[in-house]
Design a protein around this ligand. Structure first.
Ligand code: XIL
Length: 315
């Protein structure tokens, strides 16, 4: 059974994967990525971020983004845009520019409308705002909140809406897989945006998880979002472990992938699941969490792991 085929049969819109431009030269990798029965959706992992798309003010670069958009189009795969505004991979010219509020507003509007507008009609959805919250539910401090407060979120969403009225506008974050203060903060944000008529269509639950440490009540938590009138997507799923991998850890990982997928599957407004790349060979985890890895459903030799079957069973 292939993953997107199984997801579609269960009534979901897609099963997808992140990918990144340097990976596209690996022939084994690309043959799996290009299989639209396995992946019905692609997310560029880096090439639409601010540092890649506007490395200097007004100097836009879409070479990496275009490559992945063209690949997905050729394969008939949906796309998620990632992302318009985020505290990380934000160039110094933005962070350290000491711009006043009016200038920073204009910079944000220009960035979001140019990047989203570039792909008008191509993107199923966009992570317009990425990782707005700290784990305690307060808004993360960075140049946009420091200068504009939470209004930066309104500005980004409105600019994205004007640039592509039909793409679904998402706010995306991690540690909102289960109930808690951060999930509550995201729900309050969605309610506030909706009450003020600011466009918001979806909440992205990243789901960078740890084997054997899944939060309880993932399905109930997804339902708490969809009850607000937004859709939900699992946007960046991976489930890491302390290395080395052992048969026991891989078996628990299979269960954990199944748990996340089935929580989404059980909620009709949870529209799809994206893994944050599919092979341990290219996963971001070992570089960011030293000593951890083996987080993906395919191993570093492109052999399917038990986690693959966990996903199939989950749908
Ligand atoms: C990661 C990429 O996968 C890495 O290649 C990059 O070095 C850092 O960013 N949350 C997000 C993603 O929203 O953009 C991050 O992607 C992973 C965490």
């Amino acid at each position: 059974a292939k993953l997107h085929t199984v997801a579609k049969a269960a009534g979901k819109l897609y099963f997808g994967s992140a990918t990144d431009n340097p990976e596209l030269t690996n022939v084994q990798y690309i043959s799996i990525l290009n299989d639209s029965a396995t992946f019905g959706q692609i997310t560029p992992a880096n090439s639409l971020k601010w540092d890649a798309t506007e490395p200097a003010r007004g100097d836009f670069n879409f070479s990496g983004g275009d490559q992945i958009v063209n690949l997905a189009r050729a394969n008939g795969q949906l796309l998620r845009g990632h992302n318009c505004v985020w505290h990380s991979q934000l160039p110094d010219w933005v962070s350290d520019g000491n711009f006043d509020a009016a200038t920073l507003t204009s910079i944000l509007q220009t960035h979001c409308s140019t990047v989203v507008g570039r792909y008008q009609g191509e993107m199923y959805s966009w992570d317009v705002v990425n990782e707005p919250f700290n784990d305690d539910g307060t808004m993360r401090s960075f140049v946009f909140t420091d200068t504009l407060g939470s209004s930066y979120i309104d500005i980004a969403l409105q600019a994205a809406k004007a640039a592509d009225p039909n793409t679904k506008l998402y706010i995306n974050d991690f540690n909102i897989e289960g109930p808690g203060v951060k999930s509550t903060a995201m729900q309050n944000l969605v309610k506030d945006l909706k009450s003020r008529g600011i466009p918001i269509d979806g909440v992205g639950i990243q789901a960078h998880l740890i084997v054997g440490e899944l939060p309880a009540d993932i399905q109930q938590n997804i339902e708490a979002f969809t009850a607000l009138g937004v859709e939900v997507a699992i946007t960046e799923l991976d489930i890491r472990m302390d290395l080395p991998a052992t048969p026991d850890k891989l078996a628990q990982q299979k269960t954990d992938y199944q748990t996340v997928v089935s929580a989404c599957n059980n909620v009709s407004e949870c529209i799809g699941v994206t893994i944050w790349d599919f092979s341990d060979l290219v996963s971001w985890i070992p570089g960011t969490f030293p000593g951890q890895g083996a987080a993906c459903p395919w191993d570093e030799n492109f052999v399917k792991k038990p986690a693959y079957d966990g996903i199939v069973i989950g749908f």
